[in-house]
Design a protein around this ligand. Structure first.
Ligand code: FAD
Ligand code: NAP
Length: 330
């Protein structure tokens, strides 16, 4: 049954950006509604240790996100376990339709739909997805106890996946298309110091090899990126960790995107080209893509939504204290 609800602020997404926006919007007495989506807690729920969240030398990703959810609820945000299937930004109030059949009419929207794992795009990768091919070591690593696995990629995710897999696998081979990693130095040091891990440089995954009955991976064919020479590496699993793409499908054709789908916002702001629509976190950020920067943008989005709603209601809103004001004050 379709029942329309009204919201001053609708937040779409439950990663660090969404929950932070919810905390701020709730404290501004805007009664925000947050729709969690198919991955409540976002990307950090598929990792283990997070070591760069300020105030915690080490915290488990799922625990950190559970605490953020608790915090947002405690401040008064309404957290809804549902997924937005369509969003109409052509007029205000904006209309969101959810899988659960709800329609939400929102005076302002904070988009915080984050990013999703990218795939290599090989037909053989698709055939063995869930049968030895995965993009989440935390979710699937356990199935590879005592086995050989390959990790493809050279960023933080690939290195963390490789390190995590050493808890289960007998041998982990990282295959990277260049001869240097883009992962943080501290992670690289751990990778190179781990006797279970070897690195194959300058190679791309050409094909996933396996059997049909039962369906399973038996190896990968890798190709040297310059010579084109190929060879096969036996393994039971392939973990694809080649980065993340912004989840901007909901606003495709409604908001400007760039660099492969990142939503464009005004410089130094989370405002999009549509007044009342704000975007925060990995959805807009092709540079930093960190939990703490996403949370920071969630904060900005809520403060900007608060200001937008006050102006729309005809309230007098003081100018933000900017550089000029600071200079005049001294
Ligand atoms: P996300 O965390 O991507 O959350 C997006 C949310 O949007 C999800 O809740 C999803 O369900 C929801 N959503 C999507 N579409 C819809 C829809 N249509 N309707 C409703 N909801 C929707 N960063 C660090 O700073 N430190 C780390 O140690 C670290 N480790 C990482 C490890 C891994 C394996 C990965 C993949 C990333 C890691 N990152 C880390 C990066 C960090 O997770 C991201 O920068 C951060 O989660 C982005 O937050 P976000 O709120 O923008 O979006
Ligand atoms: P990333 O930093 O974009 O790295 C992607 C890696 O995959 C790169 O090494 C890239 O190679 C490679 N790659 C991309 N497309 C490929 C293809 N088609 N075939 C083969 N290789 C391909 O992505 P990420 O590692 O997922 O990280 C995403 C963001 O989350 C980053 O900002 C990262 O800092 C953050 N994150 C942080 C932590 C942490 O703080 N501990 C942990 C995980 C993720 P090139 O190097 O040649 O481009």
């Amino acid at each position: 049954m379709n029942h329309a609800r009204e919201a001053k602020v609708l937040i779409i997404g439950s990663g660090p950006a969404g929950y932070t926006a919810a905390v701020y919007a709730a404290r501004a007495m805007l009664d925000p509604i947050l729709i969690q989506g198919l991955q409540p807690g976002g990307q950090l729920t598929i990792t283990t240790d997070v070591e760069n969240w300020p105030g915690e030398d080490r915290v488990l990703g799922p625990d950190l996100m559970a605490r953020m959810e608790h915090h947002a609820r405690a401040m008064g945000a309404e957290i809804v376990a549902d997924h937005v299937q369509s969003l109409d930004l052509s007029r205000r109030p904006f209309a969101a339709l959810t899988d659960g059949g709800a329609t939400i009419l929102a005076e302002s929207v904070i988009l915080a739909t984050g990013a999703q794992a990218k795939w290599l795009g090989l037909p053989s990768e698709a055939r063995f997805k869930g049968f030895g091919v995965s993009a989440c070591a935390t979710c699937d690593g356990f199935f590879f106890r005592g086995k050989q696995v390959i990790v493809a990629g050279g960023g933080n995710t690939a290195v963390e996946e490789a390190l995590f897999l050493t808890n289960f696998a007998a041998k982990v081979t990282l295959v990277h298309r260049r001869d240097t990693l883009r992962a943080e130095k501290i992670l690289q040091a751990r990778l190179f110091g781990n006797p279970k891990i070897s690195v194959v440089w300058d190679h791309a995954i050409d094909e996933v090899l396996g059997t049909e009955a039962p369906r399973g991976v038996t190896g990968v064919r890798i190709r040297h990126v310059r010579t084109g020479e190929t060879h096969e590496v036996p393994c039971h699993g392939l973990f694809v960790a080649i980065g993340h793409a912004p989840a901007s499908e909901l606003v495709r054709g409604q908001l400007e995107t760039h660099l492969g789908g990142y939503v464009v916002t005004k410089p130094g702001s989370t405002a999009t080209a549509i007044p009342g629509v704000f975007a925060a976190g990995d959805l807009t950020d092709h540079v930093y893509r960190q939990a703490v920067t996403s949370a920071g943008m969630g904060c900005m989005a809520a403060l900007e939504a608060e200001r937008f709603l006050a102006e729309a209601a005809g309230e007098t809103v003081p100018e933000p204290l900017g550089y000029g004001a600071v200079v005049r004050a001294v």
